[in-house]
Every structure is written in structure tokens, then in C-alpha cells.
Write a protein that binds this ligand. Structure first.
Ligand code: NAP
Length: 250
């Protein structure tokens, strides 16, 4: 199999960490990117401990120079990335009448500007290789969610970004797809439970009761989907948004 190098953003924990570990288990070398390199140590250790290869990359995805430097560092250490998973994300939830401009801008910057910058930095390597895989982490919130006008807008924006990339880069052997997770148990959802004043257990139970498969999602559920989308055999799947939410979206 051709050697593949991947970069996964927001990979210090949660979904990103699970995706990074899964792609390494699939045989890829992985750039584990998060706000600072120290935070990536645990994910890198899990990968190398299992016999894989990974490097920690510290960068704020919304910082153009930092993203370019991180992709250059990955290229110099493990090789040029031809797989990008844009997963870094933040929440700044509030009802619109209470939402600050900073809360709006922060969410746009991490999700949209971040995905643009990392994809732009890596796509040159994909085009040169005549092969590439881009996966953008959207959300069921793209369909609209109370208290999340910023986040819903960014996650819907990532779907448009994905489809435009698919049309632009398809002729170079590059696919672009989005995963739209439903409720996935991570620190992010634990923070939401805390904000709502409910325990994590009660939060999970109420979400599971409303989900057709009667459980909440796990980072491994998303990693499995990402593994498929970046695989060699998925070259005819492009421009799609895959809802991984334990049931259909109405
Ligand atoms: P998480 O546990 O909060 O992990 C997100 C990671 O992204 C953290 O390590 C965070 O670093 C990092 N990050 C934040 N801002 C960054 C930046 N500017 N540059 C680089 N890294 C940055 O979240 P998660 O639940 O795993 O979510 C991962 C992705 O899935 C996000 O895009 C999220 O919106 C999406 N998603 C999650 C769910 C869910 O239910 N969990 C559902 C749908 C979509 P710090 O720890 O330093 O902040």
C-alpha cells in the first residue's frame, strides 16, 4: 500500500484523538495537531505505543503562519500530508441577543478559517501526489440549533466548503467529504451538560432516549466513518455529508 501521511486538527482529545489513533491503526503516519504540542503528547504516545508513527504539532488553526509552519514540520518529519481531517472546534453557545461579537468571531475563526487554512496548506501536496482525502467535521447543528447561531452557521458553512472542494479538486484525485456527528460523548458535551446544570449521566440518558439506536455516540463511531472516507477504496465518494447520529435527520 502507498504510504499515506495524515494531519488531524484538534487531535489532543475527544473525536480528533480517536480519529488520529484510528488512521494510525489503518497504517497512516499522523500529524497530531492541537493548540499546543504538549497537549498532543497523550495521543502521540497512544499511537507510538501501538506501533504507529506520529508527531505532535502545535498550532492555532486560525493562525495562517502557524498552520503553514505545522504542515512544513510534518512534511519534514513524517512526510507530506495527503489526508486532512479538519476537526478542531470550539463552542461559544448563547442566545443571539446575548451573543458577543467575540463569540461569533471565535467560532467562525476556528471552524471555518481554520479548515480553510489547513486545507489550503495541505492541498498542494495532494495535487502533486494526484491523490488526497479531505474530511471536515460538521455537525447535526448545521440544521439549526437553539443557542448556537454561530456554531450552526459554521457547521453549515463547512458543508458548503466541502462541496466546493469536491468540485474543485476532484480532477486531481482528491475527495472531500463532511461528517456531521450527532451527540458524541466528549469533554465538549460534558461542558454542555455543566452549562445546562445536569449531570453527564442524566444528559446522556435523555439524549439516548430520543435517538433511534438508543445510545449516545462515541469518538470511535466518528473515527470509523473517517477511516472509511479517507480509505483507498472511497475514491468515488465525494462532496457528501454523512450524518453519524444514530438515526436519520428529519
Ligand atoms: P473537544 O473534546 O472539545 O476537542 C476539540 C479539540 O480541538 C481540543 O483538543 C481543542 O483544544 C482543539 N482546538 C480548539 N480550538 C483550536 C484551535 N484554534 N486550533 C487547534 N486546535 C483547537 O471536542 P470534540 O467533542 O472532540 O469535537 C471535535 C469536533 O467535532 C469539533 O469540530 C466539534 O464541533 C465536532 N462535533 C462534536 C460533537 C459532539 O457531540 N462532541 C457533535 C458534532 C460535531 P483545547 O482543548 O486546547 O481547547
Amino acid at each position: 500500500m502507498t504510504e499515506r501521511i495524515a494531519v488531524v486538527s484538534g487531535a489532543a482529545r475527544g473525536i480528533g484523538a480517536a480519529v488520529a489513533q484510528r488512521l494510525a491503526a489503518d497504517g497512516m503516519k499522523v500529524g497530531v495537531l492541537d493548540l499546543n504540542a504538549e497537549a498532543c503528547a497523550e495521543t502521540v504516545a497512544a499511537i507510538t505505543g501501538a506501533g504507529g508513527q506520529a508527531v505532535a504539532l502545535g498550532a492555532d488553526v486560525s493562525d495562517e503562519a502557524a498552520v503553514i509552519a505545522a504542515v512544513d514540520e510534518l512534511t519534514a518529519t513524517l512526510g507530506a500530508p495527503t489526508v486532512v481531517v479538519n476537526n478542531a472546534g470550539i463552542l461559544r453557545d448563547n442566545l443571539i441577543f446575548k451573543m458577543s461579537v467575540d463569540d461569533w468571531d471565535a467560532v467562525m475563526n476556528v471552524h471555518l478559517r481554520g479548515a480553510f487554512l489547513l486545507t489550503r496548506a495541505a492541498q498542494a501536496h495532494m495535487v502533486a501526489a494526484g491523490w488526497g482525502r479531505i474530511v471536515n467535521m460538521s455537525s447535526t447543528s448545521a440544521l439549526g440549533n437553539r443557542g448556537q447561531v454561530n456554531y450552526s452557521t459554521a457547521k453549515a458553512g463547512l458543508q458548503g466548503f466541502t462541496k466546493a472542494l469536491a468540485k474543485e479538486l476532484g480532477k486531481f484525485g482528491v475527495t472531500a467529504n463532511a461528517i456531521a456527528p450527532g451527540f458524541i460523548a466528549t469533554d465538549m458535551t460534558a461542558a454542555t451538560a455543566a452549562r445546562l446544570g445536569v449531570s453527564v449521566e442524566d444528559f446522556h440518558a435523555s439524549v439516548a432516549a430520543q435517538t433511534p439506536v438508543q445510545r449516545v455516540g462515541t469518538p470511535a463511531d466518528i473515527a470509523h466513518t473517517a477511516s472509511f472516507l479517507v480509505s483507498e477504496g472511497a475514491g468515488f465518494v465525494s462532496g457528501q455529508v454523512i450524518y453519524v447520529a444514530g438515526g436519520p435527520m428529519d
